[in-house]
Design a protein around this ligand. Structure first.
Ligand code: FES
Length: 336
């Protein structure tokens, strides 16, 4: 048994198998709908059910409340159709050849760049290639069906190796393996590319690109791609971290800012208490953005980081005049 889902105000329609999630069926049909966590926690995939009914077999996910549910809102990364549907989503794109695939990869190189952050470089088999947009992520496929998501930090034009920035989480299943046991040459399996955090090139507005912690990694990919393709739009990069060692590639955005007149870079530390030498910005990174740009109505904003940062920034940026459809974000729950 399958249901048909039509996307309102477009020609797009696709079938959803019994028990399948709307977002998975859309991907299968070659469409990119907004999503990030695919776990019901970030709210990126929220849209409207215009006609028909949906169910959540595991109950209402955390990123939607009963009021929104009753008003016809839905999280399409979790919703299963209970009838044919007409839905409304913020953005729909033809995925073209950007299709998630399952691939093996070998660890080519491991670099320690902070006490708790490693850059891991992966090599694909010689006859395989990953077609992706800078800023997207991959899921490592672990035993027991578990997954761990990491953003790609490299660009498609520099894809001999895939680059990931991995933070060590206390008790972390996968990050514990990465820091304690993983050796160069190790074989991993992943699915990707995933997510719709990537540069929209149909705008000439100035951009703010904000990363929190290892949320810098997709920002790195997006900026490097923009530099490669000659984007001249002003870009103000913000990197929020607790203390200076957490700005684990600080010299890179500094160099971008020195070499390109359209790039500015502001690192922001939330906990510089023990760092008397720090003369830079202090506090929460999104608050620094609004201090520097109190009117965001003319900007596009890209941000990547943990849910508390994303949620606080969404509210602050909207209050500063940023239209919701010019805010692109990747909200990653750090799974242990
Ligand atoms: Fe659906 Fe995050 S809540 S993608």
């Amino acid at each position: 048994m399958s249901y048909q889902v039509r996307i309102a105000n477009t020609d797009h329609a696709f079938d959803v198998d019994d028990g399948e999630r709307v977002i998975d069926a859309a991907m299968r049909a070659g469409l990119m709908l907004p999503y990030s966590c695919r776990g019901g926690t970030c709210g990126t995939c929220m849209g409207d059910v215009v006609e028909g009914h949906i169910t959540y077999p595991d109950g209402l996910p955390p990123a939607i409340d009963s009021e929104q549910d009753e008003a016809g809102k839905a999280l399409f990364c979790q919703a299963r159709p209970a009838s044919d549907l007409v839905i409304r989503v913020g953005e729909v794109r033809d995925a073209g050849d950007i299709r998630p695939q399952r691939l093996p990869a070998r660890v080519e190189r491991i670099e320690d760049c902070a006490p708790d952050v490693r850059r891991v470089f992966l090599r694909l088999p010689r006859d395989k290639r990953l077609t992706f947009l800078p800023g997207q992520y991959i899921d490592f496929l672990l035993r027991g069906g578990q997954r761990r998501s990491f953003s790609l930090a490299n660009t498609p034009h520099d894809d001999a190796l895939l680059e990931l920035h991995i933070r060590h989480l206390p008790g972390g299943l996968f990050s514990g393996y990465v820091f304690n046991d993983m050796k160069e040459g190790a074989l991993l399996r992943f699915e990707g590319p995933l997510g719709n955090f990537f540069l929209r090139d149909d705008s000439d507005r100035p951009m703010i690109l904000m990363g929190g912690g290892t949320g810098f990694s997709p920002v790195k990919g997006i900026v490097e791609q923009a530099l490669h393709t000659g984007v001249k739009r002003p870009m103000h990069i913000y990197w929020g971290a607790r203390a200076r060692p957490d700005l684990y590639l600080d010299s890179l955005p500094q160099a971008w800012a020195e070499e390109h007149s359209n790039i500015a870079y502001t690192p922001v530390l939330s906990d510089p208490a023990t760092d008397d030498e720090w003369k830079g910005a202090k506090g929460f990174v999104h608050e620094q953005v609004v201090r520097d740009h109190p009117d965001l109505s003319g900007f596009d904003v890209y941000m990547s980081g943990p849910p508390p940062m994303i949620n606080a920034a969404k509210a602050a940026f909207t209050a500063a005049g940023l239209p919701a459809d010019r805010l692109f974000y990747d909200s990653f729950e750090a799974a242990p």
